[in-house]
Design a protein around this ligand. Structure first.
Ligand SMILES: Cc1ncc(COP(=O)(O)O)c(C=O)c1O
Length: 448
């Protein structure tokens, strides 16, 4: 990628209320990004809010990305950013990894959609079964949302029960979102349990009893703030669901990147079903659900009692090819192990710097995924930030973008394979300087 200037460095206002600091930052951002603004306005004429994926919207308007390479992106106004969003974990391989790009261009010349099984799907399926201990069989689909819908529906069909259970504040897809009330959620009878509170969770599981088809959980809360589950909490859920005959589903759409075999492998736990998505498609659209053979084998079409599972693009050549090259040639078990350790080191160093700053800001996470939190303590469960906190997130985010650092508005930071530890140090040092500069506003909003 040719060298381009990173986002213009603004002059800092001396001080002021949070409101006036944000107004100043928005004004600078708007003046710095005229092309992204024009594209946003144009998109608004057809797409509500100029948007077709809610999480990609942030105020005053998002940058439009034109191109990317490795761990850098370039926007429509020519600013270059270090990419610490990592496409919300789907971008694990970085942008245009040469092995994936070559495999895709070979696939392109051989034809795209065949209406038949392809060679790659069996290989990728076998590799996933080999890597993830709870997966004896699996089926591919097109997104993490679809994988979770299919896993929950399979659990209901398998058990003949109706109800599902979720963690309050968890996210399993656009129609399975449990932070607040989502009117678009799939209409399963749903019970909520608090995260990392085994006593309440076990009581609720026992109360629902023989109506419980499945409990679905992210073994580390992702979108809700990169908050790891206690191993004992997960173990307790395994026992409690088994005792009432309900299935346990681990949503590892994000966390399957942690170590060679995801978090269930790391903790030595065997959920009945596991769902996947994001990076496992090598950057292409992807979803998969797998688990116990006695459940999954009901999808065998040659059985008289087979469950149907359709999906025109389930085995599409691009996702199967990119996913297979990625898992077999790039994200090997050794690389996954080293990448997890690198993420741990990065987060621990950032936590030390934050602690030295003596501001109410924390970082949580595991391995290559982490999130920033304003608050007096690091959270142990997903929470709704009090009013005013979203302004702090906005202020810090806009200032970091002006320094050429890109991550999620809500504070999520994801490493990708081309991110070096020196890139992370650079990111962390910009973050610490930014927080220091905003210290009055942070202390005023959060307290001390
Ligand atoms: C834990 C988890 N499950 C499911 C999903 C949904 O995946 P997709 O966006 O591919 O539908 C996501 C997406 O962010 C996720 O983080």
């Amino acid at each position: 990628m040719s060298a381009v200037p990173s986002a213009a460095k603004p002059c800092e206002p001396a001080s002021g209320s949070l409101e006036s600091l944000i107004a100043h930052e928005r004004d600078l951002y708007t003046r710095n990004n005229p092309n992204s603004l024009a594209l946003y306005r144009k998109a608004k004429t057809s797409l509500p809010g100029g948007n077709t994926r809610t999480v990609l919207h942030y105020s005053p308007f998002p940058i439009t990305v034109r191109r990317a390479q490795g761990a850098h992106i370039v926007d429509a106004d020519g600013h270059q950013y270090q990419d610490f969003l990592g496409e919300y974990t789907a971008g694990l391989y970085g942008h245009s990894h040469p092995k994936i790009a070559q495999a895709l261009s070979r696939a392109l010349s051989d034809g795209l959609t065949f209406g038949s099984p392809t060679e790659q799907e069996g290989h990728l399926g076998a590799l996933i079964c080999e890597r993830f201990p709870a997966v004896e069989r699996l089926r591919f689909c097109n997104s993490g949302t679809e994988a979770n819908m299919l896993a929950l529906s399979s659990a209901r069909a398998h058990t003949g029960r109706t109800d599902i259970m979720v963690v309050d504040g968890s996210y399993h897809g656009g129609v399975l979102s449990f932070a607040g009330d989502n009117p678009l959620n799939a209409p399963f009878p749903t019970h909520r349990i608090p995260f990392n509170d085994l006593v309440t969770a076990a009581e609720t599981i026992n109360t629902v009893g023989d109506r419980l088809a499945a409990l679905i959980i992210e073994p580390m809360i992702g979108a809700g703030g990169c908050i790891p589950a206690d191993a004992d909490f997960l173990k307790g859920l395994r026992e409690a669901t088994e005792a009432v005959g309900g299935l346990l589903i681990f949503d590892e759409v994000m966390t399957s990147r942690h170590g060679p075999s995801g978090l269930h492998g790391m903790y030595g736990l065997l959920p009945d079903l596991v769902t996947f998505g994001k990076y496992l498609g090598g950057g292409m659209s992807f979803g998969a659900f797998g688990g116990r053979a006695d459940i999954l084998d009901r999808f065998d079409p040659s059985r008289p009692d087979a469950w149907p599972h359709a999906g025109t693009f389930n085995n599409n050549v691009f996702s199967m090819t990119a996913g297979l090259v990625g898992l077999s040639e790039i994200y090997t078990p050794e690389v996954a192990e080293a990448f997890f350790a690198q993420g741990e080191r990065c987060r621990e160093k950032l936590a030390e710097s934050l602690s030295a700053l003596q501001l109410p800001v924390h970082v949580t996470g595991m391995g290559s995924m982490m999130a920033l939190h304003f608050g007096l303590q690091a959270p142990r469960a997903p929470y709704s930030p009090p009013p005013g906190y979203s302004d702090l997130y906005e202020l810090v985010h806009l200032k970091m973008m002006a320094k050429g650092q890109f991550y999620a508005r809500r504070g999520m930071i994801n490493l990708s394979l081309p991110v070096t530890e020196s890139m992370f140090r650079d990111f962390a040092s910009d973050l610490i300087a930014t927080l220091d500069l905003c210290s009055d506003a942070i202390l005023e909003t959060v307290g001390s």
